[in-house]
Design a protein around this ligand. Sequence first.
Ligand code: PBG
Length: 325
Amino acid sequence: MSFPDVRLRRLRQSPAVRGLVRETSLEPRQLVLPLFVREGLTEAVPIGSMPGVAQHSLDSLRAAAAEAAEAGVGGVMLFGVPAVRDARGSGADDPQGILNVATEALAAEVGDALVVQTDLCLDEFTDHGHCGVLAADGSVDNDATLERYASMALSQVRAGSQLLGLSGMMDGQVAVIREALDSEGFTDTLLLAYAAKYASAFYGPFREAVDSQLTGDRRTYQLDPGNRREGVREAVVDEQEGADIVMVKPAMAFLDVLREVRDTVHIPVWAYQVSGEYAMIEAASANGWINRRASILESLLSIRRAGADVVLTYWATEAARWLRG
Ligand code: PBG
């Protein structure tokens, strides 16, 4: 068949036809809002590198979570910024630590309306800024870190977290945390494994958001951006270890990895549209170079089209409102 028998434009002739044949959809329930809570704040403080995003006080955090729930967002992912840090990240598993206190507040505020989720990693709590504890030679000690993660998992679940975001990229983290939870009877806690988490320059603004203490990089545990197969392998291992959901992060610079992971595992696949992706679109639209709302929605759609069932995005509440009309 050739022209004029093949008329591909037939499918694009009107908004109604286009709506009928659109392959990928975006719904509020498929969005998760990351939130930052900082110990000692009495009101929200804007994050300079992420216009429109703030470090929250406990009160402003509750309000932001309530707005997200009201907009129909599927979940919130909570990050804590402690006032004091030490080598082993003691604030992370302290029931009075900021992340656990805030989790309790959110579970009470919105725990029935959406899924309350917590970041499980040591980087915000250590004085050296690494995602784990250090060995005598200064390297990140995988197995010693797993013990800290297991303890952190129990504190977070006791505080009311329904889903743990395992973002530290330590080997065996899913299996060890699953076993720790099972042995205490917490058999219903969802584990989201940041399976394919790359050592990315696009995390830049986030480091300001959590007041990161890191000097150097995370290349001995996060993935090399050149590697797709290795990202897929991480997801396969995490599925075998008992993860309920796997994550690809960042999203837009790794859409090929996302597609391959989606085609390989049999559990939900999520993607994290990270701070640098957010900052790029905000900066370009602030300059009037791109249409803000259209580019935000297109960016989210591209991540869904590549295979993400759910997207973590700092625009979750705003986008959910647009989608509801
Ligand atoms: C580490 C962590 C990072 C992000 C979330 N959790 C990155 C890192 O510093 O390696 C990045 C999120 C973003 O950039 O939006 N626990």
